[in-house]
Design a protein around this ligand. Structure first.
Ligand SMILES: [Cu+2]
Length: 64
């Protein structure tokens, strides 16, 4: 499982956007986002770098 620090998520719509972005590249991915801690947990075949880029491109900057 990957855990990424993601900034800018404020509501369920943001979580949906992150989830859709990841699942567009890995339809089997499981995405759990926590607004309080601004973290996203992923079960995915994507690498951390790939997932980070996808989420950043969706408008939610991922901390390195
Ligand atoms: Cu939102």
């Amino acid at each position: 499982m990957l855990t990424l620090k993601v900034s800018g998520m404020t509501c369920g719509g943001c979580i949906n956007a992150v989830t859709r972005a990841i699942q567009s590249q890995d339809p089997q991915a499981k995405v759990e986002a926590d607004l309080a801690t601004q973290t996203v947990n992923l079960e995915t075949s994507l690498s951390a770098a790939q997932a980070g880029q996808i989420i950043t491109d969706a408008g939610f900057p991922v901390a390195n």
